[in-house]
Ligand binder design. Sequence first.
Ligand SMILES: [Cu+2]
Length: 176
Amino acid sequence: MQRVVGLGLGILVAASALSGCGSSSGTGGGSMGATAAGGTSAAGGASAAAPDAGPPGFPAAPLSTFASSSKALNVALRTLPAQPPNVGPGSEAQLMITDANGNPVEGLTVAALPWMPVMGHGTPVPTTVEEQGGGVYVVQNLSPSMPGEWELKITISGPMSDRATSPGFTVVVAAQ
Ligand SMILES: [Cu+2]
């Protein structure tokens, strides 16, 4: 049932553009794959219309990419629902970890700490990290507690031990 692919994409883009701004409610981080709406029965192949190879929901372009202390690993950082994250709970980050050849590194034990370097504190809520395969690790409960310059400190253990700290990013209070 895949006819008129170009037109279908146009409809999907328009639909997501329309629905993108209104949904500020957010039921606890379950923002999976975008309102399969489409509307008409003609737009059948919605699931096949992923616009890029990135993981669902996260921005295509990372907030930053950075090397680990040992230089053995590279980390690409993306955040949801805003990038960079806003003040408060409900943000998550995605770490895509690759080796020096660009291959995903699986099976790591990853811990992540949002850190405000100028004030020397983290967040009151501990993060959790879940491996999703393909070198992708998702960090929940980012929760930067105040506006300003933050970074994400990452500790890696398991098959290798390493550390990485993201470049600083500016956290603001979400616009209403
Ligand atoms: Cu602070």
